[in-house]
Design a binder for this molecule. Structure first.
Ligand code: NAD
Ligand code: APR
Length: 234
């Protein structure tokens, strides 16, 4: 069985990383137009770097949770049974990797990486990186930015994602409000391709009516329970 799993901020909420649109979410406390757009970075790169440095510090003190571990277990079991798990996350944290998911597609980039605006090289983040630090690849200064997709930018690896969505037998959305495109449109595409759809979330998302199956509750309990159900059917 080929399973396409899309995760959002909700799967990392119980690891202490904020979501975006819940009460008290990141965008309720910070103005995304001043921190998560290319224009914001051009206007005040140090402010943008400071915002992501604070989120990185929070991430380094966080741990993956039972939901991340259950998805890793599902991936291993599907592979053993000749199937596969395509794990696409909107999250920029590395908690799926820390829970030992083998292949994670980060469509919004990764908080622990930096990218050079001049030569596009992607490098691991270091805390001393800033606009005044020359790129280790092209040696030009002024171009190192967080390797994160911002409002108005194209998500990453969309060809790979669309191909996997075409080939899936089951599409599952976990911990996402279904409010930001193109990820929010994946369930519509899956239904158009005749693929079964399932939502596992704290509460019904904006797309809830498009799902054949729904499970609601905190990810750390709802996701393992759903995974056990799938494993029993293999
Ligand atoms: P956008 O405003 O650029 O819109 C994305 C696309 O979705 C547009 O082509 C828009 O026309 C389309 N769209 C909007 N409503 C639609 C609908 N009802 N049906 C079909 N298509 C619809 O997107 P954005 O919010 O600026 O974000 C661009 C990318 O950056 C997205 O992938 C987003 O998730 C990502 N992003 C990342 C961060 C971050 O902090 N990593 C923050 C914001 C956005
Ligand atoms: N368990 C499961 N789901 C949860 C939990 C939890 N403990 N806590 C919150 N949720 C759910 C919320 O009900 C909500 O539906 O997670 C979802 C979080 O939604 P958003 O805050 O909108 O986060 P997300 O869907 O990942 O945002 C998409 O928008 O700003 C951009 O790039 C940013 O990747 C982000 C994208």
């Amino acid at each position: 069985m080929r399973v396409f799993v899309l995760t959002g901020a909700g799967i990392s909420a119980e690891s202490g990383l904020g979501t975006f649109r819940d009460k008290g979410g990141i965008w309720a406390r910070f103005d995304p137009m001043k921190l998560a757009t290319p224009e914001a970075f051009a206007h005040d790169p140090n402010q943008v770097h400071a915002f992501y440095n604070a989120r990185r510090a929070n991430l380094l003190s966080a741990e993956s949770n039972a939901a991340h571990r259950a998805i890793a277990r599902l991936g291993a079991a599907l592979t053993e049974h000749g199937g596969d798990l395509f794990l696409c996350t909107q999250n920029i944290d590395d908690l799926h990797e820390r829970a030992e998911s083998s292949r994670v597609v980060h469509m919004h980039g990764e908080l622990l990486k930096a990218r050079c605006l001049r030569c596009e090289v992607v490098i691991p983040w270091r805390d001393d990186l800033g606009v005044e630090v020359p790129c280790p690849s092209c040696a030009q200064a002024g171009g190192l930015r967080p390797h994160v997709v911002w409002f108005g930018e194209m998500p990453l690896e969309m060809d790979t994602i669309c191909d996997a969505l075409q080939r899936a037998d089951l599409f599952v959305a976990i911990g996402t409000s279904g409010s930001v495109y193109p990820a929010a449109g994946f369930v519509t595409e899956a239904r158009g391709n005749g693929i079964r759809t399932c939502e596992v979330n704290l509460e019904p998302s904006d797309n809830a009516r498009q799902f054949d199956e729904t499970h609601y509750g905190p990810a750390s309990t709802a996701v393992p329970a759903w995974v056990e159900k799938v494993l029993a059917s293999l």
